[in-house]
Design a protein around this ligand. Structure first.
Ligand code: 13P
Ligand code: SF4
Length: 309
């Protein structure tokens, strides 16, 4: 394993590549990355890359966003099967029909969607800035929010605005068991529950803090509390624990009786250290976005980045 890591680091240098990784990647991949972050941070970082190759250790829509933002770079993804249930829940044809049925609505899409969907959008958002972006729209403007109904519902409750929601969701964040979470909290009443807003309303209602993956890490760092139950993909605990080595972090329990008793994103986990090496060596699979789509998709992403400053 250490040998493979050393080989990747040497190859990265030789090929003038950078590795951008999401917090949900396997810990070994996070450890060899140049930057580990949430969707917003990764998009911002992608715009700054000067190296020739971006190896994106994350899922397809994230790599695609990097390519849209920095098209002169070769963007490669260790495994093209690294998809996303949310992105899959919003096919472009069906979404186009939905949008056409509501021509007066402004379209805000969560970054977890394909380039085609972004190209049909007015503003993109991530979990870190969705609230700010919805609030930036005049109150009288009706909004379509897609594809995540759970995030949409959360933003609607927070802003008091009615949002027309697409019926999509994340299988990883819908896997948390409320019953087991309550049991766990009863055993750890000194803990705070922190949750990602892709989680269902009944889970979010229990949370002391709701935020993006980077937001959750920040919260844990700055809170005076010593123990947290963390309702998001379990690999976030790696970086989180490095930030707060003396605090206790417990992954929120899944409905499934799986080995980790937590919730893991199978899409993120198709990337392995070996695939990172092979991908860097062969410079494939490469992310290709047709130029017409890229240009259209860039507009709502740039709008998001401007509004996030
Ligand atoms: P973040 O924007 O918090 O990184 O979330 C990305 C994601 O896919 C959550 O499931
Ligand atoms: Fe998609 Fe959910 Fe995996 Fe995030 S955790 S990449 S939203 S399936």
């Amino acid at each position: 394993m250490e040998d493979l890591k050393a080989k990747i680091l040497a190859l990265k240098k030789e090929k003038n590549a950078v590795i951008l990784a999401h917090y949900y990647q396997d810990t070994d991949i996070q450890d060899i990355a140049d930057y580990v972050g949430d969707s917003l941070g990764l998009s911002q970082e992608a715009t700054k890359v000067e190296a020739s190759i971006i190896l994106f250790a994350g899922v397809h829509f994230m790599a695609e966003t990097a390519k849209i933002l920095n098209p002169s770079k070769k963007v490669i993804l260790p495994d093209l099967n690294a998809g996303c249930s949310l992105a899959d829940s919003c096919p472009a044809d069906a979404f186009k029909t939905f949008k056409e049925a509501h021509p007066n609505h402004l379209v805000i899409t969560y970054v977890n969607c394909s380039a085609e969907i972004k190209a049909l959008s007015d503003i993109v958002c991530t979990s870190a800035n969705a609230l700010k972006i919805v609030e930036s729209v005049p109150k009288e403007t009706p909004i379509i929010f897609a594809p995540d109904k759970n995030l949409g519902r959360y933003i609607s409750n927070e802003t008091g605005r009615e949002l027309l929601l697409w019926d999509g969701s994340c299988i990883v964040h819908e896997a948390f068991s409320l019953e087991k979470l309550i049991d766990l909290y009863q055993q750890n009443p000194d803990a705070e529950i922190i949750a990602h807003p892709e989680s269902e309303t009944h889970i979010l209602k229990t949370a002391h803090y709701i935020g993006s993956t980077a937001g959750m890490i920040n919260y844990v760092k700055n809170s005076s509390c010593e123990k947290f139950i963390v309702a998001t993909e379990a690999s976030i605990l790696h970086k989180m624990q490095q930030e707060v080595p003396n605090k206790i972090l417990i992954p929120a329990p899944s409905k499934e009786d799986n080995t980790c008793a937590c919730s893991e994103c199978a899409y993120m986990k198709v990337n392995t250290l070996q695939k990172v090496y092979d991908c860097l060596l062969q410079e494939t699979p490469e992310i290709i976005v047709p130029e017409a789509i890229r240009k259209q998709a860039l507009v709502p992403i740039e709008r998001m980045l401007e509004l996030s400053n």
